[in-house]
Design a protein around this ligand. Structure first.
Ligand SMILES: [Zn+2]
Length: 532
C-alpha cells in the first residue's frame, strides 16, 4: 500500500503536545481506570515487539503471497496465539501459486567485468541452467526509430538479447542532495537534464506507437533472452522491486547506478554483454492460501466485534519489515497486551493477519465477503499499513459519527498516548489501497491509522531496503499500546458506532462527487487473478 488522498477536511488536534519530556509511566490516566493503567504499563514497559519482529523478518523473512514463507508466518502466528490461550485459526480463502526464489546474478562481462547489483523480480521466469550470456540493447532514440515501421525493424534485431525496458536516470543522486549542494543555476540545470531525459524516453514510445505496458509482450514475441528494468525510488540505493511484468522470460531490476551504466554503454555503442542467472521454482499447481484470524471472545456482546487488521504478506526484495511487518507485529503485540490485561472483553476482539494485500487486498476482501455477520456487528476496525512511524492520524472515512466515538475513546487514554494524533473529521470515503477498504466499501467502519512517514515513501515501501534495522521499536511499542487502548475503549463503549456516511463532497479534480472505494469480487485463485 498506500495512497493518500488529500481532501478538504478539518484536522482536529485532539491533544496538544506535551511541553515536558515523555514520561515513563501514565501519570495522567484521566479517568483513573485501572485497566487503562495496566494496558499502558504492559505495552510500554514489557513490550515483546522487537523479539517478535526479529523472528518474523530475519528468520521467516519476506512473505510473498502463497509462498512457503507466507505459510510459515501463518503457522508461526497460530502457534503464538495458541501458546497464549487465544483462539486462532488459519482460514483458507483461496489458492495461489508458490514461487520460490533461487540464485540470481547479473555480471557485466564486456567491455569490462563487474558484478552488477540486480534482483530478479518475483514470479520471474528462469534462465537455462548455467545462465545465459547476451548482448544488452536499449530502445533506440526516437530519431533512430523514426516510426512504427522502424520500430518493427528494430524488433527483428533483438532475438537472444537482453533489453533495457525502463528509463535510465541521468543521476542516481537524490534530488534533496542536489538541492543541498548546488547553487540555484546548477540545481535548475540538473532539473532540466532530468526532465529532458524523461521526455526523450517518452518520445521513443511515441515514435514507435506503442505503450510502455505493451512493450514486454512484444519483446517476448521477438525472442529476447530477458528484460532488464529499474524502478528507482529516488533515494540512495533504493529500488521498488515488485513482480515481473512478463512471465515468459527472465526479468531483473538492476540498481539505478548499474542500470544507467548499461544504458550508457548500449547508447554509446560500447557493446555491453551480460551473463545472467535466474533460478526459481514455480509450483506446478496452486496451494491453499490463508488469513490468520484470532479472537478473544466477548463476554457480554460476543456478536459485536472490535477488529485489529494488518496484512502479513509482503514483496520479497527486502524482508517486508515496514510493509507490513510493523503492522503485523503491532497487532500481535496489541493482542498480547489485551489477553494479558483485558482477557474478558465485553465485545469480541478479533485480529486479521491478511494475505494477498499486495495483489489487491485479496485476503481481507475475501474475509469481508465471507463474513457478513462480522460486518454487521463491527464496532470498529483499526488497520495499520504505512510503516514504522508513530501513528499521527485516524482516517474516519466519512462515517460522520465516528469521530465523536474516537474522540471519546482517546479522551480516556493517557495524553502521552494521544499527543500529536489528529482525527480527520468528518473525512471522506476514499480508497486507501489497503485492507480497511474491504470493510469501508461495505459500509462497515474500518479506520486507517496513519503513521508519520519515517522515509517510508522513498526508502522502505516495496524496496530492497525494507529490512529489520529500519524498524523503530519505540514507535512500534507506542502504536501497539495505543491500539490495545483503542480496542479496550471500543469494546467497552455502550454506544455502537453508526454507519451513517456523509454526502460525498465534490472533487476539485473531476467536478463530480468523490467516489467511495468500490467492493471488488476478490479472485480466489492465481488463475482467476488479473496479474499486477
Ligand atoms: Zn502494505
Amino acid at each position: 500500500m498506500k495512497t493518500h488522498l488529500l481532501v478538504p477536511c478539518l484536522a482536529v488536534a485532539l491533544t496538544a503536545s506535551l511541553a515536558t519530556p515523555r514520561q515513563s509511566h501514565a501519570q495522567d490516566n484521566p479517568t483513573g481506570d485501572p485497566v487503562v493503567q495496566r494496558i499502558y504499563d504492559e505495552g510500554m514497559h514489557h513490550s515483546q515487539a522487537s523479539h517478535f519482529a526479529q523472528t518474523l523478518m530475519d528468520s521467516i523473512g519476506p512473505r510473498l503471497t502463497g509462498s512457503a514463507a507466507n505459510r510459515a508466518a501463518n503457522s508461526w502466528l497460530l502457534g503464538i496465539y495458541k501458546s497464549w490461550g487465544v483462539e486462532a485459526k488459519n482460514e483458507q480463502y483461496g489458492t495461489w501459486r508458490d514461487w520460490t526464489r533461487g540464485k540470481s546474478t547479473l555480471e557485466l562481462v564486456s567491455p569490462r567485468y563487474r558484478v552488477l547489483e540486480a534482483t530478479m523480480y518475483a514470479w520471474s521466469a528462469t534462465t537455462p541452467a548455467g545462465g545465459v550470456t547476451a548482448d544488452v540493447v536499449i530502445i533506440p532514440a526516437a530519431s533512430q526509430i523514426g516510426d512504427s515501421v522502424g520500430f518493427a525493424r528494430w524488433l527483428q534485431s533483438v532475438r537472444g538479447k537482453l533489453v533495457l525496458i525502463g528509463e535510465p536516470q541521468v543521476t542516481c543522486r537524490p534530488d534533496s542532495d542536489i538541492r543541498a549542494w548546488a547553487d540555484s543555476a546548477t540545481y535548475q540545470h540538473a532539473v532540466w537534464q532530468r526532465d529532458s531525459a524523461a521526455q526523450d524516453w517518452r518520445a521513443r514510445f511515441a515514435a514507435a506507437h506503442i505503450s510502455n505496458r505493451a512493450l514486454p509482450a512484444l519483446l517476448v514475441r521477438a525472442g529476447v533472452a530477458g528484460v532488464l528494468s529499474n524502478s528507482w525510488s529516488r533515494g540512495w540505493g533504493v529500488d521498488k522491486i515488485q513482480s515481473a511484468r512478463v512471465a515468459d522470460v527472465p526479468s531483473f531490476d538492476v540498481s539505478c547506478e548499474d542500470y544507467s551504466l548499461l544504458a550508457r554503454l548500449a547508447s554509446n555503442g560500447q557493446g555491453p554483454r551480460v551473463h545472467a542467472i535466474a533460478d526459481a521454482t514455480l509450483a506446478p499447481t496452486e496451494s491453499p492460501v490463508f488469513n490468520t484470524i484470532a479472537q478473544i471472545t466477548g463476554s457480554e456482546k460476543p456478536n459485536e466485534y472490535v477488529m485489529l487488521s494488518a496484512h502479513l504478506d509482503s514483496w520479497d526484495s527486502g524482508s517486508g519489515a515496514t510493509d507490513n511487518g510493523t503492522g503485523t507485529i503491532t497487532m500481535l503485540e496489541a493482542m498480547r497486551i489485551l489477553k494479558t490485561e483485558y482477557p474478558h472483553p465485553k465485545r469480541t476482539i478479533l485480529v486479521g493477519h491478511w494475505s494477498g494485500e499486495e495483489e489487491g487486498d485479496i485476503g481481507s476482501s475475501a474475509f469481508a465477503a465471507d463474513h457478513p455477520e462480522i460486518l454487521k456487528g463491527l464496532q470498529a476496525l483499526f488497520n495499520q499499513d504505512n510503516g514504522t512511524g508513530e501513528i499521527d492520524s485516524v482516517q474516519t472515512n466519512g462515517f460522520v459519527n465516528a469521530a465523536s466515538s474516537i474522540a471519546r475513546w482517546m479522551s480516556r487514554m493517557p495524553a502521552d498516548m494521544t499527543r500529536n494524533i489528529s482525527v480527520m473529521l468528518p473525512g471522506v470515503a476514499h480508497d486507501e489501497s489497503t485492507d480497511s477498504d474491504a470493510f469501508d466499501c461495505r459500509d462497515a467502519p474500518g479506520f486507517f491509522l496513519t503513521s508519520s512517514d519515517w522515509s517510508y515513501t522513498d526508502y522502505t515501501w516495496h524496496t530492497n531496503r525494507d529490512t529489520y534495522d529500519k524498524i523503530n521499536f519505540d514507535n512500534v511499542k507506542r502504536n501497539a499500546t495505543l491500539i490495545a487502548l483503542f480496542a479496550y475503549e471500543a469494546s467497552e463503549d455502550p454506544t455502537f458506532v453508526s454507519r451513517t456516511r456523509r454526502v460525498p463532497p465534490i472533487s476539485s479534480r473531476t467536478n463530480q462527487p468523490m467516489r467511495a472505494p468500490e467492493c471488488s469480487v476478490p479472485p480466489r485463485s492465481w488463475a482467476g487473478a488479473t496479474r499486477p
